[in-house]
Design a protein around this ligand. Sequence first.
Ligand code: SF4
Ligand code: SF4
Length: 454
Amino acid sequence: MDILSEQEVNKILQDKENISGQEFSDILEKAKLKKGLEIEDVSALLNTEDENLLEKLFETAREIKQEIYGNRLVLFAPLYISDYCVNNCKYCGFHTDNKSPRKKLTLDEVIRQVKILEDMGHKRLLLEFGEDEINNPIDYVVDVIKAIYNTKSGNGEIRRVNVNIAATSVENYRKLKEVGIGTYQLFQETYHRPTYAKLHQGPKADYDRQITAHERAFEAGIDDYGMGVLFGLYDYKFEVLSLISHAKYLEEKLGVGPHTISVPRHNSAQTVDFESNYKLSDKDFLKLIAIIRLAVPYTGMIISTRETPEVRRQAFQIGISQTSAGSKTSPGGYGQEECNAQFEVHDSRTLDEIAREICEMGYLPSFCTACYRSGRTGDNFMELAKSGQIQSMCQPNALVTLEEYLMDYASEATKKAGDKLIENEIDKIGNLVIKNKLINSLEEVKQGKRDLFI
Ligand code: SF4
Ligand code: SF4
């Protein structure tokens, strides 16, 4: 098996242009088995425009999301460390054509940013660095991660650091592994080679370096890897098909599929004059989220604050399992006015406001990091996820971390919404052993204990 070429992707998209309602329903039935979908099935779903059929697609995505992830939503924050970058990606505020002064955080500044995030209640971060061997060498990245894990503020601590750095060598990935990163995230941005060539200048212009990076990270021992596309650079149908083909290729070759898939959509940014010819409507964006949910049901899906609250609310229902909250997108952006942000955010609410709304929607905000810290990563994790066993850990862990959040950081209104949600969730647990253990853990958190997990 190989990653599909441009010609193959186009051919599969053409072949599956018109399918019957029956064929469509058969694909949805297949998806309900939660074993994923073939590339041809994905193509057929992507080509569907019929409103009634799309409603059925969303309905199926809701069901699968609920069965695998329940009502949990994992929360995290991005932390921009350095906007020094030698690449000139046409869609990004950190491109080299932007001559504004650059900023790279000192370790003291990193610690100050982390304390601000911990005081909000965050437990998971996603670090962002531009590519620049001189200003952001791998040893600097490693020192930043160490500083973050060593920074505590009150009851606050960062328990999982996910990292987004440019495609690099096995040797450098090994250093990330050794310092204990969670997921290594890298997006292909666009799978369409001619578009990729047009939009990139600098070392990142090497398409093959980018598309082979996850394999090098895996060789270095990083078995939780994240993928993604920046939607809006090229035709979304082409991108989704290529992304799923890449994910399947990696799963077959490495024995473990992607831990997460992110679905950023291109947004404007200061100094960026790139105008997309492939802007997607909200409807198409939600459709692709639902299709990815069906195609790779056990891969977590991440949405950012690039999206409006309204789109995010809908996306939570049909596939998203992780979301950023309270984000700033420039180095040193927390606790001050931002300048030179990578892109505009369309959901600028605080973590507390977002957590409250999630509770009020009947979803469960989770700050859980248990798997990574119990060594349940890569293959180990996927086995538990696919057998459904992970469910019995996720729900209590999510509830205990929410209780921590409510005790330490929540406003009165959020505490009220969160307490009500916890009560309802306890009622739903049928297994008495788990229920009693959970009730004890919640009580322990109320008494001041922290960091309890299964
Ligand atoms: Fe640099 Fe990444 Fe922005 Fe490209 S997308 S300019 S590599 S920070
Ligand atoms: Fe994620 Fe594992 Fe926690 Fe479940 S138990 S929410 S899979 S870290």
